[in-house]
Ligand binder design. Structure first.
Ligand code: ASP
Length: 439
């Protein structure tokens, strides 16, 4: 039988009404066999996520303050869901155990993980699915990294025993048996790991948006949803800050070539975004998405006859390496070389870097310009369409915006332009409108 793995985020499981939507989605397709659940998220904008309430309890206990009231609120969230769903389930014994553990200074990750643990107990009961504790199937190495070998073997065996199951997201076990969580938003990672272990045909990631957008909605009004995006394109856009998923969640499924489908629990009829290993479907827009970030600086080094000097670039980059700074782009000219870096990374050691480049590379001049925003225009369709770079540059120039840097990725699926931070919004809008509104 085909196996689909679904992950529901916190807002999809925030209250009983959301649980009902989740159950309808899961039951609509018998191949939806394994469900990964987050802790209850926000029901309204000012609401507090259960994970944050648990962190609060941990902090109170660490300060030796009473956790009674704070913990009672957590109990009330879960009890409200259980009662409204009309389930014959008491979590009292679990609450007692968790509360005692917090009062006795249990580890922070253990405390945080109980949010998904309890929610998954409820969801398993509501769906009539088995409950598989992530503690028994997801493992970390001694140094805190994910232990893939141990996990996939153990988890595959556990999943094989259950036709349908719920697995709590966000956590697993350390070699000594203590609980460790992934970083915030880590249920996405659990979902990807379960999909991989189950050899799923698809990983459905259910959230509260109808997919990934072609541009940031705070910058572009009502941007289009991306229908299909490759893992590589996603990484390019995610690097610039555009993402609907935890970045680490990509790797387990990418390695196994399992597609991800981002879906909306509140609009299940929307097809969402498909994230696929490769695609030969091309959209009418040529570009798949556009995203950007502020906060970059450009170090420009000038040296007469630089082009004839073997090893010049290495000397410059060596200086950055010695300072532990990674660089984003390094466009070069005949007698100039620029290196684009994060402003925050060079700020504490600007003068020292300038001095070292002068000395080591024997430069004529070294200058640093701040206030650069980078915009990545990403799309597999660029390889096939001539004139994309021209359209990007013209659309920006038409708005009278000065381009401070251009870099085309060698895979020909991205173009990066640098503009002044004050021009960032207008430049991004111009590019979006050129490709999307004009499509
Ligand atoms: N509940 C955890 C968090 O709030 C993990 C998750 O929701 O993915 O970060």
């Amino acid at each position: 039988m085909e196996t689909k793995v679904l992950k529901f985020g916190g807002s999809s499981l925030a209250d009983a009404a959301q649980f009902r939507k989740v159950a309808a989605i899961v039951r609509a397709d018998p191949s939806r066999r394994y469900v990964v659940a987050s802790a209850p998220g926000k029901r309204f904008p000012e609401d507090i996520k259960v994970t944050d309430m648990l962190y609060d309890c941990f902090d109170l206990a660490a300060r030796k303050e009473n956790i009674e009231d704070a913990f009672a609120k957590i109990e009330a969230r879960y009890n409200g869901i259980v009662a409204e769903l009309g389930l014959d389930l008491s979590l009292d014994a679990e609450f007692r155990k968790i509360r005692m553990a917090i009062e006795h200074h249990a580890g922070k990750d253990y405390v945080a993980s109980r949010g998904e643990y309890l929610n998954s107990l409820i969801l398993a009961r509501y769906l009539g699915f088995a409950f598989i504790d992530a503690e028994a199937g997801i493992f970390f190495n001694e140094n805190g990294t994910f232990d893939d070998k141990h996990t996939y073997k153990a988890l595959a065996a556990l999943l094989a025993e259950a036709e349908y199951a719920v697995v709590p997201g966000f956590y697993g076990s350390m070699p000594n048996g203590t609980i460790k969580t992934f970083s915030r938003g880590g249920s996405d990672v659990t979902g990807a790991i379960v999909a991989r272990a189950a050899e799923a045909s698809i990983y459905e990631n259910w959230t509260d948006v109808s997919g990934m957008l072609m541009a940031d909605p705070r910058i572009v009004e009502n941007p289009r949803v991306i229908e299909e995006i490759t893992y590589r394109e996603l990484r390019e856009l995610a690097y610039m800050g555009a993402t609907v998923m935890h970045e680490e969640a990509i790797f387990p499924v990418r390695e196994a070539c399992i597609p991800i489908n981002i879906r909306n629990t509140n609009a299940p009829e929307d097809p969402g975004t498909m994230i696929v290993p490769q695609s030969d479907r091309f959209s009418d827009t040529v570009i798949t998405g556009v995203a950007g970030r502020k906060g970059f600086s450009s170090i420009t080094i000038e040296k007469d006859r630089m082009n004839t000097e073997v090893g010049f670039g290495r000397k410059v980059l060596n200086v950055l390496e010695d300072f532990g700074i990674s660089f984003e782009h390094a466009p070069t000219g005949i007698d100039t070389m620029s290196v684009v870096v994060a402003t925050a990374a060079i700020a504490p050691c600007k003068d020292a870097i300038i001095g070292r480049i002068f000395r080591d590379a024997n430069a004529d001049s070294v200058t640093i310009e701040d206030d650069i925003a980078l915009i990545a225009i990403v799309g597999r369709g660029m390889v096939r369409n001539k004139g994309t770079a021209g359209r990007v540059l013209t659309s920006i120039a038409d708005r009278d915006i000065n381009i401070r840097m251009i870099d085309q990725g060698s895979g020909e699926n991205n173009i990066i332009v640098g503009v002044s931070e004050s021009d960032y919004t207008a430049a991004l809008q111009a590019i979006y409108h050129e490709f999307v509104r004009g499509a």
